[in-house]
Design a protein around this ligand. Structure first.
Ligand code: AMP
Length: 326
C-alpha cells in the first residue's frame, strides 16, 4: 500500500465537487490506458449515478472488446473535471480538448517527466495505472464500491502492462490487486484468451516477422515493418502491437525494437528490454516510457541506423556493468 492518503482524499474531493467528469488517456492506447480510463468511468458512474462521466479519445480497434469511447462537444468541457490516466506527458494526451476543462487531474505510473494538472498522482512503483487505481480502492474501500465491469477492465489493464504477470514490474502489490479484483468474478479465462487470440492474417504476419528478424552482437534485435508490408498482410499498425515481444524468447537478445513505417514516411520505434535501461535513449529520439518498455520516433532510415548503434552501445554498457560482474 504505497499511495498517500492525502492524494486519495484530494482526488475524491474533486470527484465530489464536479457533476461532469471527462476522462482521457494516451494516444495509441494499450489495455492499461483503456482499462484505467474505462474502469474509472465505470466506477464513478456506479457510485455516483447522477454524474455525467465520459471517456474520450480515438477508438482502438483491437481493444474495442474493452468498451467504446464517447462523443462529446467542446462546450461540454466548460465547468467539468478532466482526469488523464496513464499519460506521462501532455503531447501524448489523446484529444487536445482536455485543456478546456475547469480542473485537471493526472493519474499515472510512468516515471515523472512532465508535471501537469491541478492534482498529480504519479506512482512509478505501480506496474500499471490499473494497479494504481485498484490500490487506491483497496487502501480506502469507502472511496468507491467496485463492480464486475470495473474489476474486469482494471484486471485486463494489469495483465496487459505486466505481460500476464511476467515482467519484472510485477510485485506483491500487483498480485494483491489482482486477487482483490478476482472477488468480483472477473472472467480470467475469457480475458487471457482474448489477449492470446490472433486473426489468420496476423498469424501469417508473425511468420513473416520471424523470417526477417535481425539479430546482432552484442545482443540486440530489430524488426522492420514498412507500409507496403502492412498492406500486403492486411494488418493495421495497431495489430502489430501483438508481436512487439517476439524477440524476447532469444536468450542472446537483451534489447530490441520494432520499427513501423508511418504513412508520412517516418518511423515509430517500439523499444523493449530484458535488462538495459532504454527510456533515456527513447527520450533522445523524441520519445520516452518505462526503463524496459519505451516508444520513440525516427524521421528516416539514417536515424534508425543511428538508433540501432546507440542501442548496441546501451546493451554493451549493461553487459559490462551488470551481467558479467554477476
Ligand atoms: P509502446 O511501444 O507504444 O507500447 O510504448 C511503450 C511505453 O512507452 C508505454 O508506456 C508508452 O506510454 C511509452 N511511450 C511510447 N511512445 C512514447 C513517446 N513518444 N513519448 C513518451 N512515452 C512513450
Amino acid at each position: 500500500m504505497y499511495i498517500l492518503k492525502q492524494d486519495i482524499e484530494n482526488l475524491m474531493s474533486y470527484i465530489h465537487q464536479y457533476d461532469r467528469i471527462i476522462i482521457h488517456r494516451h494516444l495509441n492506447p494499450d489495455p492499461d490506458a483503456i482499462g484505467s480510463q474505462l474502469g474509472l468511468k465505470e466506477m464513478i458512474q456506479y457510485n455516483f449515478p447522477h454524474k455525467e462521466v465520459y471517456a474520450v479519445g480515438n477508438t482502438a480497434e483491437t481493444l474495442q472488446w474493452m468498451g467504446e469511447m464517447d462523443r462529446i462537444h467542446q462546450n461540454d468541457y466548460s465547468g467539468s473535471l478532466v482526469i488523464i490516466t496513464d499519460t506521462a506527458n501532455r503531447p501524448r494526451i489523446d484529444d487536445d480538448r482536455y485543456i478546456h476543462g475547469d480542473c485537471l487531474i493526472k493519474i499515472d505510473h510512468h516515471p515523472l517527466v512532465d508535471e501537469y494538472g491541478d492534482l498529480s498522482l504519479v506512482y512509478p512503483q505501480a506496474s500499471s495505472t490499473c494497479e494504481l487505481i485498484t490500490q487506491m480502492i483497496q487502501q480506502n474501500p469507502s472511496m468507491f464500491r467496485m463492480n464486475h465491469a470495473a474489476a474486469s477492465l482494471l484486471y485486463a489493464g494489469i495483465v496487459g502492462d505486466t505481460g500476464r504477470f511476467m515482467f519484472d514490474n510485477t510485485t506483491e502489490s500487483t498480485f494483491e490487486s489482482a486477487s482483490f479484483l478476482m472477488q468480483y468474478e472477473v472472467d480470467l479465462f475469457k480475458i487471457h484468451t482474448t489477449f492470446n487470440t490472433l486473426s489468420f492474417p496476423m498469424l501469417k504476419f508473425q511468420s513473416y516477422l520471424l523470417d526477417q528478424l535481425n539479430v546482432s552482437e552484442p545482443g540486440i534485435a530489430w524488426m522492420k515493418i514498412t507500409q507496403e508490408v502492412l498492406q500486403k498482410f492486411d494488418i493495421t499498425e495497431e495489430e502489430t502491437n501483438a508481436f512487439v515481444n517476439l524477440p524476447s524468447v532469444l536468450a542472446e537478445v537483451y534489447a530490441w525494437v520494432m520499427l513501423v513505417e508511418q504513412k508520412d514516411g517516418t518511423w515509430r520505434m517500439r523499444i523493449r528490454s530484458k535488462g538495459p535501461v532504454i527510456n533515456q535513449l527513447a527520450a533522445k529520439y523524441d520519445g520516452g516510457g518505462h526503463p524496459k518498455a519505451s516508444g520513440a520516433n525516427a524521421a528516416n532510415e539514417d536515424v534508425i541506423n543511428q538508433f540501432i548503434e546507440d542501442l548496441k552501445e546501451q546493451v554493451q554498457y549493461y553487459l559490462n556493468t551488470f551481467e558479467r560482474s554477476e
